[in-house]
Design a protein around this ligand. Structure first.
Ligand SMILES: Nc1ncnc2c1ncn2[C@@H]1O[C@H](COP(=O)(O)OP(=O)(O)OP(=O)(O)O)[C@@H](O)[C@H]1O
Ligand SMILES: [Mg+2]
Length: 274
């Protein structure tokens, strides 16, 4: 997939999720299950990686790739599977599915993530790492994929399609909300809401130093690697000026797909059966 068709697929999945609708499809579906710190997303695509339907939900059952509430996670994925089945009008029991883990996570933890998907009656055919999932959608073989999620920022460097370096830092959207809460003297929940719904001219100046810090951290990791483009994904990169700040701080061209929040979930679905 190239950058443009990747963006088109992301936009289409975004619409399907918002409208709770399904595209017509033929053949078996491939299901991607993204168990994130802030969001759980299920994406269904056909064998040609065409988006068919999806569901997304805020959840607190996984932290940085580690399942902190196994029963809760399983319950949510089961409910979301049911929701997806209703949208599709079809049964998804034992449908081929994949899930992903942040790079560098221990094998035992990866197994638990895959058990959650398995316990929801999907057939897990692949557990891949998140940057690989994102890279598939973006159609990139070289560069750095920086996934700024809720709890963590994952940095992965790709060379000729292979992940050659990964790192994880405990910074992300949660950190931004904490800064907003302190600045505006409001609760974390209110800050989270403000961050996502207030005009960006009001929000961004408050979180800009945090974004600069994230960029400085990323820059440090990229030293000694030949990286000419940074691709930012993940919900916390949603701000319009995010990539501009990154580019200024690192001196490296930085680009962001249309809906950074959906890149990894969609990429997981693309990688079913691989
Ligand atoms: N429109 C928005 N503007 C700013 N931040 C946003 C927006 N939408 C979502 N976020 C933030 O993005 C974060 C969630 O992103 P994402 O879904 O990529 O994380 P995750 O995959 O659940 O977490 P992780 O990858 O750390 O496990 C949250 O901190 C959320 O507040
Ligand atoms: Mg994530």
């Amino acid at each position: 997939m190239d950058w443009k068709s990747g963006n088109d697929a992301i936009l289409e999945m975004d619409e399907l999720i918002k409208q709770k609708k399904a595209n017509p499809y033929e053949g078996p579906l491939k299901i991607g299950v993204d168990l994130g710190t802030a969001n759980i997303v299920l994406c269904a695509v056909d064998q040609n990686n065409r988006p068919v339907a999806g569901v997304s939900r805020g959840a607190n059952v996984v932290r940085d790739g580690i399942v902190v509430d196994y029963l809760g996670a399983t319950k949510i994925v089961k409910e979301m599977k049911k929701e997806l089945e209703e949208i599709l009008g079809t049964d998804l029991d034992y449908a081929d599915a994949a899930t992903a883990i942040p790079p560098g996570i221990l094998e035992g933890n990866a197994k638990i993530i895959s058990n959650v998907v398995d316990a929801s009656n999907f057939k897990v055919t692949n557990v891949l790492d998140e940057p690989t999932a994102a890279a598939t959608v973006l159609g990139i073989e070289n560069g750095a994929v920086v996934d700024v999620g809720g709890g963590t920022t994952g940095i992965s460097i790709l060379k000729d399609g292979e992940v050659v370096f990964t790192a994880d830092e405990a910074t992300g959207g949660t950190h931004m909300s904490l800064v907003i809460a302190g600045n505006k003297k409001i609760s974390f929940e209110e800050a989270e809401e403000f961050k996502k719904s207030a005009p960006q001219e009001e929000v961004f100046p408050i979180v800009k130093p945090t974004v600069e810090k994230m960029a400085a951290i990323v820059h440090k990791y990229l030293q000694g690697h030949d990286v000419d483009t940074i691709y930012v994904v993940g919900g916390a990169s949603e701000f319009d000026r995010f990539e501009e700040v990154f580019e200024k701080e690192t001196g490296i061209k930085t680009i962001k797909p249309v809906e950074p929040l959906l890149v990894t979930p969609l990429g997981i679905a693309f990688n079913v059966n691989k």
